[in-house]
Design a protein around this ligand. Structure first.
Ligand code: XLS
Ligand code: NI
Ligand code: NI
Length: 453
């Protein structure tokens, strides 16, 4: 079959350098196309590694991007992105390539934007028809391969109509358009059995306060999210609705700045029991936080949902979306996650992209294998830290006095400032500083990083 210059049939299979599924070969293996740490069946903290991590490939970075940047055109070999013929045929070819990759990588999930899997049409009606057609194609591939949807999301940031925001747009017709698009994408995610639905507020923010009414925009966003939650109940969507915090980029300021800002927003609009967060490593660092901080904060508020696994670059102030490579950074986050009982319906979505010079299709395998192994090894370190128990013990010891009579009475509201003033003077209290043991604890973590096998 010809589609005018580009014959998709000729390209299958797309990943010819990888002829069979990637296998686990153990830490001693030198085979770059094997897992050294990700042993799907291995039981870690009561569940298989596969179930603990629930790894997903991000459709957009790997299949819907050709590697362009602000200064140059696409450099990667992605023929379906420059079809000489029918756009929908190209979308089907892209999907065949994606599922070949998921199967060979042996990941259980993928994540998608509506526009990643189906091209935008002339109007919303045509966009929806196209999405429905591609959703049925995806359902067939999923049935055939057993790969599932970790989450779906609507792209409310690429089209120029959303330049001034989607829900936070000064024009209510744009709000309506975005609402229609999300409604359809949520239905599609439900149709595919998605475990979660994500909203990332890429343009929900401002570039200058000179033209912005903050409180109106926040109320619009609150209304929008309530509509999404109501619709999810109406259609019986069983997954979790997630907001993905990010402080800025593309806007100067985004309303979903970080986990704490999202929690305040959810409380204000009555959604704290309905919506959770999808925490991305690089977004945490852009917000000036350690990833562990964002994870621990989300857990402390009871709103941790899922993780976008990637990393930034210490010298660059934007979302470089590189593949994870720091076992240490992820171990501490996984320590928090495992101690809190795991991610539930969430997982580890590799929201990460190749560098522009990584032009070979096989680079996609190297990137994901390295990322998945990093997360898998971090999971083992986290398990070891929990089994050892010394870190948790040190923290518990540090606060032990709060379980005594004074601490309990203060927390229960039994003491006024007058009472405490009288207590300190009456009992001549002179509390002495005690070591926080930071260096000892850092080296404790380092020893576990060294030992894990
Ligand atoms: C962008 C975000 C985006 C979301 C999905 O920085 O990470 O990729 O994960 O819209
Ligand atoms: Ni993300
Ligand atoms: Ni991001």
């Amino acid at each position: 079959m010809s589609t005018g210059g580009f014959d998709p049939e000729m390209d299958e299979p797309f990943f010819t350098e990888v002829s069979r599924p990637i296998r686990f070969e153990g830490p001693e293996s030198d085979n770059p196309l094997a897992f050294r740490w990700y042993d799907r069946q291995r039981v870690v903290a009561g569940k298989s590694m596969e179930e603990q991590l629930r790894c997903a490939v991000a459709y957009w970075h790997s299949f819907n991007s050709a590697g362009s940047d602000m200064f140059g055109a696409g450099a990667w070999d992605r023929p379906w992105l420059a079809p000489a013929g029918d756009e929908m045929q190209a979308a089907r070819v892209k999907m065949a390539a994606a599922f070949e990759f998921f199967e060979k990588l042996t990941v259980p999930f993928f994540c998608f934007h509506d526009r990643d899997i189906a091209p935008e049409g002339r109007d919303l009606a045509e966009s929806c028809e196209r999405l429905d057609e591609m959703v049925e194609a995806a359902a067939d591939h999923m049935q055939r391969t057993g790969v599932g949807v970790l989450w779906g999301t609507a792209n409310l940031f690429s089209h120029p109509r959303y330049a001034a925001g989607a829900a936070t747009n000064p024009d209510p017709e744009v709000f309506a358009y975005a609402a229609g698009q999300v409604r359809h994408c949520l239905n599609a995610t439900r149709r595919l059995g998605g475990a979660n639905y994500v909203l990332w507020g890429g343009r929900e923010g401002y570039d200058t306060l000179l033209n912005t009414d903050l409180s109106r925009e926040r109320d619009q966003l609150g209304r929008f999210l309530n509509l999404v939650v109501e619709h999810s109940h109406t259609i019986g969507f069983e997954g979790t609705i997630l907001i993905e915090p990010k402080p800025h980029e593309p806007t100067k300021h985004q309303y979903d700045h970080d986990v704490a800002a999202v929690y305040a927003f959810l409380q204000r609009y009555g959604l704290a029991d309905e919506v959770r967060v999808n925490v991305e490593v690089n977004h945490a660092t852009l917000a000036g936080h350690d990833f562990q901080h964002e994870i621990a904060t989300a857990i402390s508020y009871g709103i941790l949902g899922s993780v976008d696994a990637n990393r930034g670059d210490d010298r660059l102030g934007w979302d470089t979306d590189q593949f994870p490579s720091s076992v240490e950074q992820l171990s501490l986050a996984l320590y928090e996650i495992l101690r809190s009982g795991g991610l539930g319906s969430g997982g580890f979505n590799f929201d990460a992209k190749l560098r522009r010079q990584s032009v070979d299709r096989t680079d996609l395998f190297h990137a994901h294998i390295g990322g998945i192994d990093t997360v898998a090894r971090a999971l083992l370190v986290a398990e070891a830290l929990i089994e050892d128990g010394e870190l948790a013990h040190a923290v518990a010891e540090r606060y032990r006095a709060w379980d005594g009579p004074l601490g309990q009475s203060v927390l229960a509201g039994g003491e006024s400032l007058d009472d405490l003033h009288a207590l300190v003077i009456g009992e001549s209290l002179e509390p002495l500083p005690r070591s926080g043991r930071q260096e000892a604890l850092e080296y404790l973590v380092a020893r576990h990083l060294e030992r894990v096998r």
